[in-house]
Design a protein around this ligand. Structure first.
Ligand SMILES: Nc1ncnc2c1ncn2[C@@H]1O[C@H](COP(=O)(O)OP(=O)(O)OP(=O)(O)O)[C@@H](O)[C@H]1O
Ligand SMILES: [Mg+2]
Length: 428
């Protein structure tokens, strides 16, 4: 007990530093049952834009406020977190490593060597490695192997997804968290966290795209054969819809955000031409009225642009055909009326809205698509902690202190562990 508040080793906290909200999600690890939600703390975010810190002081204040709300609700002290990272600086690369199997069958040493070879992707001196995620092993041309240990063969290949990001934006985030007297237990890509929270194992195996449309960024993650194969971040999301409305209807930003949520729709032709709503117009002392169809036209134009950008990106990456299970939308902007119909019209795949799959105690608290990243940070953090958190921690500290950007032993070991489906299933 500290200050009358309980502390505990089984606590697991996710910290989502969004452009719109700072959210803490506090969970507890349960033997054999994954994680159980204890509480959340959400405050408006000041000082965070599109995954980058724009003002240290205001961001620290937002974190401190949200932390206090979460601590009161969860009745525990928060001293360490898994923090989410996103931004246009994030780079995901698929890589393959090949080694000759030394004996008659695959040993731990062969797996270590092949993982080392696979993660030898060029990382520049101002980048930091975030994840090396195992996709599959191939022995003598036979693909789809998840457990190569003990198998016979001559040639062992490993396919991995390596995620790296610019060191400075990540260092700034770590600095702000530490200024709040919170230790960073791990850094997790937001896309991976949201995917963990909202996608089913079946979808990941069949092939699915997840789009987390927030306030400042739209995060795309593509899964196939159970593993992430592609990730990207687009710097357009809810704030751009709000700004378009503010300009088009000549209304203050706060009012634009309000009318967007209350009267907006992603498909304008579904809106009756005579439906109107009341709003404040800049410079007018009396409220005015505007047409809902016009509001929807403004929203539709921006969302269409975002989905077209995603479509073009997928086409360029040559991975459209992997999306056999369709698209899952999450993030606060996915609450826009008719957004899944618009996405379906443009991307021509089945679309569903995704909230956290978590179904334990207090699950209604996180059944908002804005909290997908926060709960996913806890779920993925739980997986990492079980499979080798100390290694990550050690590595993060080394990276942080010495600005060491090259991969070494801890990540090599993690390579074998960061593939959820390889090991016992975690809390989904
Ligand atoms: N009902 C709604 N309809 C449309 N948009 C909504 C609705 N509710 C919230 N939003 C929008 O969702 C956005 C916030 O989403 P979210 O909380 O996922 O963002 P964030 O995680 O803080 O930001 P980011 O991840 O982009 O940095 C805001 O733009 C907000 O206006
Ligand atoms: Mg977000």
């Amino acid at each position: 007990m500290k200050n009358g508040i309980e502390t505990g080793n089984g606590r697991l906290v996710g910290l989502d530093l969004g452009t719109s909200n700072v959210s803490f999600v506090v969970c507890e690890e349960q033997p054999e049952r994954g994680i159980e939600l204890l509480g959340i703390g959400v405050r408006p975010s000041q000082g965070m834009q599109k995954g980058m810190v724009s003002n240290i002081d205001t961001l620290v204040d937002s974190i401190v406020e949200a932390k206090s709300v979460a601590e009161q609700m969860a009745m525990c002290e928060i001293d360490r977190v898994f923090v989410g990272i996103t931004g246009s600086h994030i780079r995901g690369t698929n890589s393959t490593g090949v080694v000759a199997i030394r004996g008659a069958e695959v040993t731990e040493n062969d797996i270590e060597r092949v993982s080392e070879s696979a993660q030898a992707v060029p990382i520049s001196s101002n980048e930091m490695l975030l994840h090396t995620i195992s996709q599959q092993y191939i022995i003598d041309g036979q693909p789809g192997i998840q457990h190569p240990l003990g198998m016979c063969g001559v040639r062992l290949e490993a396919k991995v997804h390596v995620v790296a990001g610019s060191a400075s934006p990540i260092e700034n985030i770590l600095k702000c968290v530490r200024l709040c007297d919170i230790e960073v237990e791990g850094v997790i890509l937001n896309h991976i966290a949201s995917g963990q929270a909202v996608l089913s194992d079946d979808e990941k195996t069949l092939g699915v795209a997840m789009l987390d449309i927030g306030e400042g960024t739209t995060d795309l993650a593509l899964y196939s054969e159970g593993s992430i194969v592609h990730s990207a971040t687009f710097p357009f999301a809810g704030i751009h819809i709000t700004q378009d409305i503010a300009v088009s209807l000549h209304t203050p930003t706060e009012e634009a955000n309000r009318v967007k949520k209350h009267y907006g729709s992603a498909i304008s032709r579904n809106m009756g031409s005579d439906e109107t709503f009341e709003l404040i117009v800049i410079g007018d002392s009396q409220p005015s009225r505007a047409h809902r169809r016009y509001l929807a036209e403004v929203i539709e134009a921006r969302l269409e642009e975002i989905f077209l950008m995603v479509r073009e990106h997928l086409q360029k990456s040559g991975q459209t055909e992997l999306i056999r299970a369709g698209l899952v939308l999450t993030g606060g902007t996915s609450k826009m009326v008719d957004i899944s119909r618009l996405a379906n019209r443009i991307l021509n795949v089945p679309v569903r809205l995704g909230t956290a799959n978590y179904s334990g105690e207090l699950s209604e608290l996180v059944k908002d698509p804005g909290y997908s990243t926060g709960i996913g940070l806890c779920e993925y953090g739980h997986f990492l902690r079980r499979e080798g958190t100390d290694l990550i921690n050690k590595e993060r500290q080394e990276v942080s202190e010495g600005m060491k950007h090259r991969v070494s032993g801890a990540f090599r070991k993690l390579f074998m562990r960061e593939h959820p489906s390889v090991y016992q299933s975690h809390s989904q």
